[in-house]
Every structure is written in structure tokens, then in C-alpha cells.
Design a protein. Structure first.
Length: 314
């Protein structure tokens, strides 16, 4: 087994050579405190040389080193549930980049840790990573002040089973309207049923939070990802012509008081985050652990087959 290095690169990489799943679990448990301290400082840990050849092995490993797993309830990204707590990574057009985000930062409940592994690496398709503390540090101070003072409102129009975007049935893993309404009330989500069977949701979030353990302030939002300008100016202009109002888009975002977030702000947020984003390539037999508050993540475009798994825990 490899000794833990002193250099604190991002992400922090530990090469274990060739480690059977049981060996890795024993190693992790033995060094848990040290590894957790590194994760709290760096935000991302990558283990190389962990033999993970199947969904079941991945499930076994994450179940052995973590607990209190979350289902992807209220999730906005298309993905497939493979086992009780293991999902595919976002099933989004391979030709498109997935912009940086903290998982479920638009929701009232989000995972503290994300676990990733890659069973089938592709040409491209790197899981992108960026330090959320550094994003906040280098972000335009006027934008930071706006987000801090006004907050963010996320708007989603979930269809009733047909149409663009996600359905509320898939998003909340239920066919029961009453259960959706119960969830929304419990987590202060405004909801409005539509005549076509869909539902409009509005969720108000801070956009900048303090880390649950370290107390450090972090950039914690998906304002750029929820704004269709990130798909390109041409797509955005087409959507403005197609819908009566931006609030009719499958997803949209405003400031917490309902004020418009300009495309200039969205562009600057995208450009700023891109400056510090890293793109470590995937290999087989790797385990990536991400502190969801300390690090945002995304995905590069890719070609060919790609199979990345994810599990989320509190």
C-alpha cells in the first residue's frame, strides 16, 4: 500500500498499485482520520489501483467506507438508478460539456460526499473539478455581493411524462402527486400544477454557504448551469422565441428577489470557473471522492462508450 504524500495537489492522488476491494476498505478504515483531514483541506481524493470491475464491487466499497446514502430525489440530471444507492453519471449529450456545479446545490438537501468510478473510460469525458473556495476568492466582487445579498431562485418546469426536460415522476421517483406536494412543503419548494399535468417548482437558495465542518465560505450554486445561455447564445435566442417567458423554460434561474441574472454575469461566472478547472483523465480501477461543498464538478465532451458510476452520501 502506498504511503500518503505530503504534497497537497488538487485533486489529491494516492496510488495503491493493485489493491483488492477488501484491502482498500481495510486501508481506508485504518487511515480514515488522515484521509478525512486531507479531503477537508483539498476537497477531492483520487485513489488509483483499486480493483473495481463492476457496479456491485463499487457498491460494496462505498457501503463499507461511508453511510447514510442519498437517493437522487429532486435531481435535475438524467441518470439511471443501477442499484439501491448507485447511479450512472449524468446521461447527457456526449458532444456537450456539462458545466461546473455542486450536486443538488439548488435543493434544500444535498449530499456531502460524492463517490465516482469509471468502468469504461472514453476518449475525453473527464470529470472536471474546481475548488469552490477558490471560485469564490477569484469571482468578480460585484457578482459575489449580488449573490450574497439577493440569493438565487431556481425554476424548473417538470413535465407530466411527456415533453422537454425531466418529468416530475422521474425526478421524485413517484407517481403520486400527494407525495410530491408533501416533499415540496417539507423543503419549502413552491409548486404550481400545470394544465398539461406538469408542475412548476421554485427553490430559493443562498448561492454562497459555509462548509458544514470547516466554516469556510464556498461558492455553492448552479446559476450558470440553470441559465440556458450556457448552451450558447444561438440556442438561448431560439428558446426566447419558442417560449412566452423564460420562466416557461424547462429550467431557469433568477436572483432570489426575482430579478434577472444578465447573460454578461453568466458568461463571467463560466469564464471565471473555467480558469481554475482541472480535467484529470479517467482510468479503470480508480475511486474518486469529492467533498460536494468544497469542490464543484462537471464533464468534458467525449466520443465512444463511457460508463461512470456515482453514489452520494451525507
Amino acid at each position: 500500500m502506498s504511503q500518503i504524500k505530503q504534497a497537497l495537489e488538487f485533486p489529491f492522488v494516492i496510488d495503491l498499485g493493485e489493491s483488492e476491494p477488501e484491502q482498500f476498505v481495510a486501508y481506508y478504515r485504518d487511515k480514515r482520520d488522515e484521509l478525512e483531514n486531507i479531503l477537508a483541506r483539498i476537497g477531492v481524493l483520487k485513489f488509483k489501483g483499486v480493483k473495481i470491475g463492476s457496479t456491485e464491487t463499487f457498491q460494496q466499497i462505498v457501503n463499507s467506507i461511508s453511510s447514510k446514502f442519498l437517493n437522487y430525489i429532486d435531481g435535475n440530471s438524467p441518470r439511471t438508478k443501477l442499484t439501491g444507492t448507485v447511479y450512472t453519471s449524468t446521461e447527457y449529450d456526449p458532444a456537450q460539456k456539462i458545466t461546473m456545479h455542486n450536486e443538488l446545490s439548488y435543493s434544500a438537501k444535498w449530499p456531502n460526499k460524492l463517490f465516482f468510478t469509471c468502468l469504461v473510460p472514453a476518449a475525453g469525458g473527464e470529470t472536471l473539478l474546481a475548488d469552490s473556495r477558490e471560485i469564490l476568492r477569484i469571482m468578480n466582487r460585484d457578482i459575489v455581493s449580488e449573490v450574497r445579498e439577493r440569493g438565487i431562485t431556481y425554476i424548473r418546469n417538470l413535465n407530466g411524462g411527456k415533453g422537454l426536460g425531466q418529468s416530475w415522476q422521474d425526478t421524485y421517483e413517484t407517481e403520486d402527486r400527494a407525495k410530491l406536494e408533501e416533499y415540496c412543503r417539507a423543503y419549502s419548494i413552491e409548486f404550481e400544477w400545470r394544465e398539461d399535468g406538469g408542475v412548476r417548482l421554485k427553490q430559493q437558495r443562498k448561492g454562497i454557504i459555509r462548509h458544514r465542518a470547516t466554516g469556510e465560505e464556498v461558492w455553492f450554486n448552479q446559476m450558470d448551469q440553470f441559465h440556458p445561455f450556457q448552451l450558447g447564445e444561438e440556442v438561448y435566442e431560439s428558446m426566447l422565441m419558442l417560449y412566452d417567458s423564460p420562466e416557461e423554460f424547462p429550467i431557469y434561474v433568477t436572483f432570489g428577489d426575482g430579478g434577472e441574472i444578465s447573460t454578461d454575469i453568466i458568461k463571467e461566472v463560466l469564464d471565471t470557473i473555467d480558469k481554475i478547472t482541472v480535467a484529470p483523465s479517467w482510468e479503470r480501477n480508480e475511486l474518486l471522492i469529492v467533498d460536494n461543498e468544497l469542490s464543484s464538478h462537471g464533464r468534458n465532451p467525449y466520443k465512444g462508450e463511457r460508463k461512470v458510476l456515482v453514489s452520494m452520501s451525507e
